[in-house]
Design a protein. Structure first.
Length: 255
């Protein structure tokens, strides 16, 4: 039986949770086969797999269908990336989270920046209020969903990324959310400072300069994601394979 409580426990063990980021049913099954304990959808990878750009361009109905089918064919705990919530009002965000919960999802990622060109970092007090309303709504309805809040100071390359991130974490942690995701943070001192700023589990993401998992564990990180990088690597490998078949005029590259 998949449960929020099991997912929560995975974020408070000594070894960081390595979450498998997937984009379709088959990638979810592969992640399960090789022994991962939980999976999370990558918004960019899922959107691209359906032929859409990242940034809430994917119809939410497709995300619901994907989450439902993954839950039907795997036993893994499933978290879904909902970007900015697929709605610009808190009622719509709550409804979307409820629908995901109804198909078996135990966790969500929600971001404090909104899609656009460029992306816009939401005003701190406003987004803090949104998180508080979401948490209160779910509590009133006795819906247990792990809320992992992505804060985007580092991914946006802000000059004051560390101080902005810590300020936001200290506000977000009072709202009833369960975890904090800081993509693109790689410096060990920065990671340690972020970990020390809160009792909530900190999630980091694959980057070329990201420390090895053992060092991340020593720094206090509790969750490690691959984001869209595995999906990009798979597509690159596919492209190279198709070029080889064309160039060699044979299928020997497949065997």
């Amino acid at each position: 039986m998949k449960s929020f409580d099991d997912f929560l426990k995975l974020h408070h063990q000594s070894q960081p949770l390595l979450i498998g980021n997937v984009w379709d049913v088959k990638s979810a099954q592969v992640v399960e086969k090789v022994g991962y304990k939980a999976i999370g959808t990558s918004s960019a990878a899922v959107a691209n797999s359906f032929g859409y750009e990242d940034g809430e361009q994917l119809p939410f109905e497709l995300l619901i269908q994907l989450a439902k089918r993954i839950n039907q064919v795997t036993e893994l705990l499933v978290s879904v990336d909902i970007e900015g919530g697929f709605s610009r009002n808190v009622e719509g965000i709550c409804q979307n989270i409820e629908r995901l919960h109804d198909v078996g999802v135990v966790g969500i990622n929600i971001e404090d920046s909104l899609p656009g060109n460029p992306r816009v970092l939401q005003e701190l007090d406003s987004f803090r209020g949104i998180l508080e309303e979401i948490a209160n709504h779910l509590q009133r309805k006795n819906i247990k969903v792990f809320i992992n809040v992505r804060t985007d100071g580092f991914i946006q390359g802000l000059p004051n990324a560390l101080s902005e991130t810590i300020q936001r974490i200290q506000e977000y942690q009072t709202t009833g959310v369960h975890g904090i995701f800081v993509p693109c943070i790689v410096n060990p001192d920065d990671i340690k400072a972020v970990v020390m700023s809160t009792k909530l589990p900190i999630n980091v993401m694959c980057m070329p300069q990201l420390p090895a998992f053992g060092e991340l564990q020593k720094l206090g990180v509790k969750r490690i994601s691959s984001g869209n990088f595995v999906h990009q690597h798979v597509l690159k490998t596919l492209e190279e394979m198709m070029i080889a078949i064309q160039n060699e005029q044979s299928f020997k590259t497949l065997f």
